[in-house]
Design a protein around this ligand. Sequence first.
Ligand code: BTN
Length: 240
Amino acid sequence: MQRLELKEVNSTNLYCKENMAFLQDKTIVTAKKQTSGRGRFDRAWIDFGEENLFLSLVLKGSDGFLPVYSNLTQYMSVVLCHVLENYGLKPEIKWPNDVLIDGKKIAGILCETVMRGHEFKGLVLGIGVNLKANSEAVLQITDKKVTAVNLELNCEIDKEIFLNELLEEFFGRYDEFLKKGFHFVKTDYLRYANFLDKEVRVKVLSEIKSGLVKAVDNDGALVLENNGEEFILTMGDIIM
Ligand code: BTN
């Protein structure tokens, strides 16, 4: 596997998108510093310093865009939970793929598709994990609660070891995930899910849908019930 370690970059995802033509399948790109890290819905991803993980994986199948790619971020959220759990943490997933500890976000995942015209060129799966942050710095973020591994464990962990564990777990089961899809990780996903049977509001583009979470279906979509009506959401952000 190709591995690129960048000193400083605007965003590892952007770097991969711009260099997609030169990057092989399963290339691993990390950066010590991101000056313009992005999250879902174009939100900023804060850089808490070089001990944190800024990672993008380039994934190129030979069969064009596969429907299973829509569940890659959910697969990665389960992988992250397994790795964090092995450090003694109790991770939770907020649909679709936010990883939290005790309601505070510790990791985020952003998957982007690269097309040239109608031709599928590849995917960039970006992962940010807060491994080391200062307790004051996390409080500066006011739109959500945020934490980091060091703050939860009261000790620091090694970034390279964490990265290797993550890659081993992700690629170790990747081929099986591609064959079986979301169903392959559904039981684990639900074990970590912190939103089942809760009344939630979900921001879907500029609309808010509210209701009781009845299930996550076999495609990873969120099933909500409101006044006897059922809604199936394939994208959005839960505001609890
Ligand atoms: C989110 O929770 O909204 C997703 C955050 C994804 C952040 C990572 S950090 C590495 C990669 N580069 C980026 O610019 N974003 C992703």
